[in-house]
Design a protein around this ligand. Structure first.
Ligand code: ZN
Length: 160
């Protein structure tokens, strides 16, 4: 198991457009494994390659239903709307309200460079949108409604 250092907001690498992956290489295989390890270690539901400093169109997602690896992903269809708190491993301890589609259909290549279609609702739809944005240098704070707040502050009220 190998984890990589997560780049934090303010790092220029998070604002760049990532390049397509044209062939699977041993290096990219290791990168995928490391990204999964890093995502699980940090308790994230997704991680995009630029977050570990690699400008390639690759994301990993796990919303509790097993790992999903998406290479050169593209959104094909969206519908509905959901509004909820969103966070990012590159912005630890912070959260903000972001509106996203409630349903997303996307295509991508898997670790074997074979195309697959994925459909997701709710958290999975949100995770796909969030991670794919990273590949174009977009961050959730670009779309946040209101303020970005300390995630801990969300739970304070409940305890009172
Ligand atoms: Zn993120």
């Amino acid at each position: 198991m190998a984890t990589r250092k997560i780049r934090i907001f303010g790092d220029d690498v998070l604002r760049k457009r990532c390049k397509e992956i044209t062939e699977m290489t041993p290096k990219i295989k290791v990168l995928i494994e490391d990204m999964l390890d890093t995502m699980y270690e940090e308790d994230g539901v997704g991680l995009a390659a630029p977050q570990v400093g690699i400008l390639k169109r690759l994301v990993v997602i796990d919303v509790g239903e097993g790992p999903i690896v998406m290479i050169n992903p593209e959104i094909l269809e969206t519908s509905g709307e959901q509004t909820g708190y969103e966070g990012c491993l590159s912005y630890p301890g912070k959260t903000g309200i972001v509106k996203r589609p409630n349903y997303v259909k996307a295509k991508a290549l898997d670790e074997n460079m074979e195309e697959f279609i994925i459909e997701g609702e709710e958290l999975l739809a949100r995770a796909i949108c969030h991670e794919l944005d990273h590949l174009d240098g977009k961050l959730y704070t670009d779309f946040v409604e209101g303020d970005v707040v300390d995630s801990a502050s969300l739970y304070e009220d409940e305890e009172e």
